[in-house]
Design a protein around this ligand. Structure first.
Ligand code: C5P
Length: 133
């Protein structure tokens, strides 16, 4: 590292199977509980974003994925965090809600109607396109 200030990255995964996207329902904080998101979390120091997607989905969903290309635009969060979405493909396991209230698979029409967390809403057009919607 050069010591220069860099945004710390939060990763989120777009897991798509066929024409459906996997969403996870948050349990916390109270203002976000019940809303749906692309699963993910903070990149740890020394970890690549792809490694973080892999780790987070193992921890949160109990699955292994391969991580693909970035999708959508960066979302600036508080405290120098930046949220980025990546495609991910399931290679092992069936997703379970280990850290969320529930999981669901949505098609393009359902995605447009579901209550997403605000930070993830900007990705809607990109996600709808990926779902062939
Ligand atoms: O899930 P976790 O609390 O580790 O996420 C870190 C931050 O990223 C939180 O502020 C969370 O709201 C945000 N986040 C988000 N959209 C996602 C995943 C995380 O806004 N799909």
């Amino acid at each position: 590292m050069t010591g220069r200030t860099r945004d710390r990255e939060v990763v989120a995964a777009a897991v798509i199977q066929g024409r459906r996207l996997l969403l996870a329902q948050r349990t916390r904080p109270p203002e976000l509980a019940g809303l749906w998101e692309l699963p993910g979390g903070k990149v740890e120091p020394g970890e690549s974003p792809a490694d973080a997607v892999h780790r987070e989905l193992l921890e949160e969903l109990g699955v292994e994925v391969t991580v693909g290309e970035r999708i959508g635009a960066d979302v600036p969060l508080r405290d120098g965090l930046v949220l980025r979405a990546y495609r991910a493909e399931l290679i092992r396991g069936t997703p379970r809600a280990l850290d969320h209230a529930a999981l669901c698979w949505v098609d393009a029409r359902e995605l447009r109607e579901i209550a997403l967390v605000g930070n993830d809403r900007g990705w809607l057009p990109d996600l709808v396109t990926l779902l062939g919607g």
